[in-house]
Design a protein around this ligand. Structure first.
Ligand code: SRM
Ligand code: SF4
Length: 587
């Protein structure tokens, strides 16, 4: 298969580094100086009437500029050529002051400014569902946050009143909802004060760095990937202040680091998936690169073997040069053909590796893709588990569909402080866990009222539920997802006994933010009819597998109405026939 390679035997995990994390900058990434314009390009830019200083063109290399000036560039490229989204980093502060002084309001802003460019500051205008309000998407590398950060998120969300709530996302990240321009700057800067940030989290930027929710505490990991994820995030965002050099990519890009055989971050659906392995010849612990995984409305691609071995100290440089390669060489025409896979396919895996290696000034090694002789079941991190550190445990709880309130943020932080080490971890299944809980604290911790809402030992269906945002807030949604997903799972749990966890994922449209292709049962918003009339419906996918040797779910049925009388019996029959569920016998 595309992901096959050499076969080596499993190895014992080495000890994780003793120092877990630091918010202090480890390295200065400096100010990026873009390549000087050639006279020919300068002439073309002038003739096109582009204001170079404010355009993305200022930040691109000359080859990138060539591509951004191609005759058939897409609309987003035109917008970025006209004025770059990086101005949003400064605009947001100015706007807050003007709005509070009554000198402007959101309706006065140009459509591209408010709906597109603001995304560089992590602000997503919810024009269709909640006009005038924004969702703010953060960066939470490796899904790790501290009590101080959680308490700040509680305070910020409370400030937003009834409109304020939050999400844990499918990239182990936080989003804040219900922000208006009068508060956006305060939260933007408030986040930075607690070591968080929202820059470069939307549009053509790198998404949240994912790793393992049990990094550093996992008895089975090859290495602790947290330090690498922080360094990568610092490189990408220039310590959360914004990095213009890497904010002019042709499209979004997802990077995930998997330190164990569980593949917690789903590297197979990341544009760049770094899979920890032991080099078959040297025995060194590093990463094999998998390239090009992604979902979209037009194409869903599983990553292919990038046949590149990275030593741990090459990871950040490799990712920086890969982003520069994508920025400089990626095409900017049809937006459906601009994800990294298209560039890798155009260049070929070998040439792509050589190009990135050339930019790093090294010859990159090959031949490290691992196929293990034995099977490895991806572990659930919910519940209570002993860590590799004796006497310490992690406690994982299920957050239904990832939806949270200000009080939840507060309780997450309080519990971390009272029973753990003052930190939490998020998962790509939109759940939460507390690491480093001493055994003596376990009993009292479980009695906390939060765990009545967010169960430590959830049912086999509710514990694996994932859902994208859906029509409540997302303008692209075909159907409502989160609330419907929660209501449906409750009924299924009440009516069925399911012998083991079944991962049901909901996604409101074919963009598949809720990743239906990786699910046991995936429900994707689509058209349907009920009594001859158009109604909200789903396409049903079945049979995705994750972890080692993943496979995508395939379409099972489509045009199924979401109406409970149709969908519930349909899901029950799939669960009974394919997953061994049984009707509960009434007591
Ligand atoms: Fe997504 C666009 C929400 C993970 C593929 N995604 C959107 C937007 C921004 C559309 C919009 O403007 O409304 C959604 C915002 C809705 C809102 O109000 O929250 C949105 N995506 C989400 C989140 C919040 C879903 C969730 O409930 O958890 C996830 C945020 C992750 C994060 O923290 O950054 C989210 N999106 C994903 C994933 C899953 C993943 O990364 O594993 C995917 C599929 C993987 C991939 O990207 O290849 C995904 N989102 C998309 C796409 C399709 C990309 C493409 O190449 O075509 C879009 C549309 C686009 O970019 O044009 C999109
Ligand atoms: Fe919105 Fe579609 Fe993504 Fe759901 S899958 S959040 S509906 S873009």
């Amino acid at each position: 298969t595309a992901r096959s390679g050499v076969r080596v035997t499993a190895v014992a995990a080495p000890e994780a580094p003793a120092e877990p994390r630091s918010f202090e900058p480890a390295k200065d990434w400096g100010v990026y100086e873009a390549e000087p314009l050639t006279p020919e390009l300068a002439k073309r830019i002038k003739e096109a009437g582009i204001d170079f200083e404010n355009s993305q063109l200022k930040w691109l290399s000359n080859s990138g500029r060539e591509r951004a000036l191609a005759p058939k560039i897409n609309k987003a490229e035109k917008t970025k050529n006209e004025k770059h989204g990086i101005t949003a980093w400064e605009d947001v502060t100015q706007l807050g002051e003007l709005v509070r002084a009554g000198e402007t309001k959101w309706e006065d802003l140009g459509l591209d400014d408010i709906d597109v460019r603001m995304k560089w500051a992590g602000l997503f205008h919810r024009r269709k569902r909640a006009p005038g309000t924004f969702m703010m998407r953060l960066k939470v590398p490796n899904g790790e946050a501290t009590t101080k950060q959680l308490h700040y998120l509680a305070e910020a969300t409370r400030m937003l009143g009834d409109q304020g709530c939050g999400d844990i996302t499918t990239r182990a990240n936080f989003q804040i909802r219900g922000i208006s321009l009068a508060e956006a700057d305060k939260i933007f800067h408030g986040l930075q004060e607690v070591g968080l940030s929202s820059v470069q989290s939307g549009m053509d930027n790198v998404r949240n760095m994912t790793g393992s929710p049990i990094a550093g505490i996992d008895p089975h990991e090859f290495l602790d990937v947290r330090a690498l994820n922080y360094e990568l995030n610092d490189m990408i965002t220039n310590y959360g202040k914004g990095n213009a050099a890497l904010a002019s990519l042709p499209r979004k890009i997802n990077i995930g680091l998997s330190p164990s055989r569980d593949d917690f971050p789903h590297t197979h659906i990341n544009d760049v998936g770094l899979v920890a392995c032991q080099h078959p010849e040297t025995g060194e612990i590093g990463f094999n690169v998998e390239l090009g995984g992604y979902f979209s409305t037009k194409r869903n691609a599983m990553s292919i073997n990038g046949n590149t071995f990275l030593a741990q100290d090459q990871v950040v440089d490799y990712c920086q040069r890969t982003l520069e390669t994508f920025r400089d060489l990626g095409r900017r025409e049809d937006r459906q053909k601009t994800r990294l896979m298209w560039l890798v396919e155009e260049m070929g895996v070998e040439a792509y590796r050589e190009e990135v290696g050339r930019r790093m000034g090294v010859k990159l090694r090959t031949g490290a893709h691992v196929e293990y002789p034995d099977k490895w079941e991806r572990r659930s991190v919910l519940g209570i588990h002993p860590q590799k550190q004796e006497g310490l445990f992690w406690v994982g709880a299920n957050v239904p569909a990832g939806r949270i309130t200000a009080d939840d943020y507060q309780a997450f932080g309080d519990i971390a402080e009272k029973y753990g080490d003052g930190t939490i971890r998020l998962t790509v299944e939109q759940d939460i866990l507390w690491p480093n809980v001493p055994e003596k604290n376990l009993e009292a911790m479980q009695k906390e009222p939060l765990f009545q809402k967010f169960k430590i030992f959830p049912g086999n269906l509710e514990g694996s539920l994932v859902s994208c945002t859906g029509a409540q807030f997302c303008g692209l949604a075909v159907i409502e997802t989160k609330n419907r997903a929660m209501a449906t799972i409750k009924k299924l749990e009440e009516q069925l006994d399911t012998p083991k966890p079944v991962r049901i994922h909901w996604t409101g449209c074919p963009n598949s933010c809720g990743q239906v292709q990786v699910a046991d049962i995936g429900l994707m918003g689509g058209p349907a009819k009920l009594n001859g009339k158009a109604t909200e419906g789903v396409r049903i996918f079945v049979g995705g597998t994750i972890g080692q040797d993943p496979t995508f779910a395939s379409e099972f049925e489509k045009g199924i109405a979401c109406d409970e009388s149709i969908l519930l019996p349909k899901l029950k029959s799939i669960l009974i026939e394919k997953f061994g569920a049984k009707e509960k016998v009434p007591a």
